[in-house]
Design a binder for this molecule. Sequence first.
Ligand code: MG
Length: 159
Amino acid sequence: MTFRIGQGYDVHRFGPGDHVMLCGVAVPHDQGFVAHSDGDVAIHALCDALLGALALGDIGQHFPDTDAAYKGADSTLLLRHVYGLVCQRGWQLGNADITIIAQAPKVLPYRQQMQQRLAGVMEVDLDRISVKATTTEKLGFEGRKEGVAAQAVVLLQQA
Ligand code: MG
């Protein structure tokens, strides 16, 4: 088999704070994320997609939220670890496509920075990473500004 595909989804709710981490970028906001780690939903969805592509379980198994080691964890480090597992097994990223679903904060101004950050962490070409954003037309929990969701799809190819 030459290719593997994976998808991931994650949600974090807003709580006290002055920024949210999305794709490893601090986006100013009037709230933060309630989470054991830094709450970076986009990276968590991406990690789950990478793990899913190789049937390696999910992010909760690899980094349990009962483990004090991951309290406030920088999610870029989790991504680096997960992509390391992918590479160790002889695979590389074909491409990743991430959608951030948020009524607030506005993601568009940070999109390029997010792509650069993820490409840097995984050490892959910039054009292999897509970051998109959508609102939900004020519907649902994202629309009520209760939190942010993210979806990710990845294609892996044999290195
Ligand atoms: Mg999460």
